[in-house]
Ligand binder design. Structure first.
Ligand SMILES: [Fe+2]
Length: 259
C-alpha cells in the first residue's frame, strides 16, 4: 500500500494549538493521511503540559515528539512514563522519564515505528550520539515502516544523519529551527527527507515569539519573558508517501497552510 504520513512542525503556544485544532483534521482528510506525528515541545512556549498534549491528540495526532524543551514543564514527567504515544529524544540518558521509540499499529496491521532523536551540534553536547543511538535502536527493530523526528539546530547534522540512515528508515524530518526548508527529497536508498518542517503558530513572528522580544535580546536588553506573537497563523507540515511493498519513500511534499 501507499502509506501516507503527515509530519507537523513545532506547535508554538496556545495560538499553535488553536491552529492545529482548526486545520489538522481537514489536512488529514484532504491528503488521505494514515498517520500523523506532531512536534509539541513548544505548546507551552517552552515545554508542554499534559493538558496540551491531550489537546494535540484530540486535534488528530497519532504520536507527539519532543526535543530540547522536553523537561521545561515538570508536570509532563509522569505523563511521559504513562503514555507511550508521546516520545522524548531517545538519546537523553536512559534514566530520564519516558521513551524515545515507539511501535504503533497502522492501517492493515502495519507496524509503524517512530524514533525521536536530538542533535548535539549547537544544541546539547551532553547527549549520547544520535548516530550511535539510532544504530542501537534500529538493530533489532521489528517494524514495517520507521519514521524519525530529528530535533536539531544544524542542517549539517540533519543531513548527515539522513544519509547515515538511508536504507534503514523510510522517512526522517528535522524539527527545532521553526523555519521550513525547501530541500524535500528522496535519498538513493529510499529515505524521504527534509531538513526542517517549520512551525505551527504565529506567522508574523521570530520563530513564533513576538518580534519585539527577539529584537530586545539582540540589542542587549534586559532579559524578559518571551510572549507568543499575535496576528495571522500558519501550520507548516510535510507529507511523506511510503510504498510499503518496496520499503521506499516515493514522494516528499510540503503542504503548509496559512490563515
Ligand atoms: Fe527545540
Amino acid at each position: 500500500m501507499l502509506f501516507r504520513v503527515l509530519a507537523v512542525g513545532d506547535v508554538v503556544g496556545e495560538a499553535g494549538l488553536d491552529t492545529l485544532h482548526r486545520h489538522l483534521r481537514t489536512l488529514i482528510r484532504m491528503n488521505d493521511v494514515h498517520f500523523t506525528v506532531v512536534n509539541g515541545e513548544n505548546a507551552a512556549g517552552v515545554g508542554l503540559l499534559p493538558r496540551q498534549a491531550e489537546e494535540i491528540f484530540d486535534a488528530g495526532a497519532n504520536v507527539i515528539t519532543l526535543g530540547n524543551h522536553t523537561w521545561d514543564k515538570q508536570q509532563i514527567q509522569d505523563y511521559l512514563e504513562d503514555n507511550s504515544y508521546i516520545l522524548r529524544p531517545a538519546n537523553y540518558a536512559s534514566s530520564l522519564p519516558g521513551r524515545g521509540l515507539g511501535i504503533y499499529e497502522g492501517p492493515k496491521g502495519l507496524r509503524v515505528a517512530v524514533l525521536s532523536l536530538m542533535g548535539r551540534l549547537n544544541l546539547n553536547p551532553h547527549l549520547h550520539s544520535p548516530f550511535e543511538t539510532a544504530d542501537d535502536l534500529l538493530a533489532n527493530l521489528e517494524a514495517d515502516v520507521t519514521l524519525v523526528d530529528f530535533h536539531a539546530e544544524a542542517t549539517s547534522e540533519k543531513g548527515a544523519l539522513a544519509w547515515y540512515l538511508d536504507g534503514r528508515v523510510q522517512a526522517m524530518w528535522g524539527t527545532h529551527t521553526h523555519i521550513p526548508t525547501a530541500d524535500a527529497q528522496v535519498l538513493p536508498k529510499g529515505l524521504g527527507f527534509i531538513s526542517d518542517l517549520g512551525m505551527t503558530g504565529p506567522k508574523e513572528s521570530v520563530l513564533g515569539i513576538a518580534p519585539q522580544d527577539s529584537i530586545n535580546l539582540f540589542l542587549g536588553g534586559l532579559p524578559r519573558r518571551y510572549q507568543t506573537a499575535s496576528g495571522p497563523l500558519k501550520l507548516d507540515c510535510v507529507l511523506f508517501t511510503i510504498d510499503t511493498e518496496t520499503g521506499r519513500c516515493t514522494e516528499v511534499s510540503r503542504c503548509d497552510i496559512c490563515d
